[in-house]
Design a protein around this ligand. Sequence first.
Ligand SMILES: CC(C)(COP(=O)(O)OP(=O)(O)OC[C@H]1O[C@@H](n2cnc3c(N)ncnc32)[C@H](O)[C@@H]1OP(=O)(O)O)[C@@H](O)C(=O)NCCC(=O)NCCS
Length: 372
Amino acid sequence: MGKAGEGLEDIVAGESAISSVDGQVGKLLYRGYDIRDLAEHSGFEEVCHLLWRGELPARKELDELRLHLRQEMALPPGVLDVLARMARRAEPMDALRTSVSALSTFDPPPTQTTRDANYPLALRLVARTPSIVAAYHRLRNGLEPVSPTPGLSLAENFLRMLNDKPPGPRTSRAMDVALVLHADHEFNASTFTARVIASTLADMYSATTGALGALKGPLHGGANTAVMQSLKEIHGVSDVEPWVKGQLGQKKKIFGFGHRVYKTMDPRAVVLKKLSQEVAREVGDTRWFDVSAKMEQVVLKEKQLNPNVDFYSASLYHVMGFPDDLFTPIFAVSRMSGWTAHILEQYGDNRLIRPRAEYTGPAERKYPARPA
Ligand SMILES: CC(C)(COP(=O)(O)OP(=O)(O)OC[C@H]1O[C@@H](n2cnc3c(N)ncnc32)[C@H](O)[C@@H]1OP(=O)(O)O)[C@@H](O)C(=O)NCCC(=O)NCCS
């Protein structure tokens, strides 16, 4: 345990009306709506509207938003060139970060950092993130990128652009639910990074590029890929207990467990656990879910830690057929909505975010005489 306030633990660093987390009971609300209800009744596009605009969309507003998102999905040829040059050399998360940064050259941001001027850019970034992830995955496998298809939702289009075949309804629904659950989470590390950058009145591309860098780390969004690596090291359910004890004995962290805010099970993990089990049964491969469920029991017993959002998303994405290194970019496909909502909120009522540090270095001293 660190000192009080270390890592900004429990520090309220600003106001936000976008999402709220109750770590004691394990609740996450987007604009007052419980994510369990949103996961059951809403799609990702509705959630984007909710995060950006504050209310669930009326039918007509949702249709318009869907249409706009689809119109913005196609990538500028310059970005496809950048992706092609990186193919096979870059990790997908690095390719995504570089491409979002590169988008600013091919499609410059508005000159004003106001909410209204930047709303269209928020929409464009959410529309283009799945296209970048899918295009890069295809290019690195020597395949041509697939253009977005009119009439499909963002989740369906992402799967279609990745695999070049129409996704089944169950896979599409699982993707959509995962996107809903990952969309926003108060002042998490990447969102806070985005807000710090936006508070300097830098443009939205800069703020989201920084957020992508923060998301990549294994203590944040990179944990879902690390979870899959752990699951692959474990040979079966009977190997879980010795593996966990071995890791803890070496003072290693178990990825996908623990949380800065939740003192109980992360509510997103509750929904993802159910989804992971359902999809595993459907595809007839429950091994990853079974090992995960056993791990949940053992880590709770041995270390009193609960799974977080990244734990059951790993077994879910694996049985959905995604390669491990796309797990974190998929997180970003969703979280781009939350980042952009927070950047708009920051622009709407901005003050530079600039905290102080407690200095622990040497006291003032005389500059030494040194040989010329
Ligand atoms: C999420 C996380 C970074 C929160 O960190 P934090 O609030 O700074 O908490 P700390 O890392 O200081 O952990 C507090 C204590 O719990 C332990 N702990 C926390 N998470 C742990 C984990 N996943 N495995 C093993 N021990 C863990 C720490 O070792 C520490 O123990 P100590 O007091 O004996 O030193 C942390 O739980 C973690 O690293 N989890 C694994 C990575 C992960 O899944 N990240 C995704 C988060 S959504």
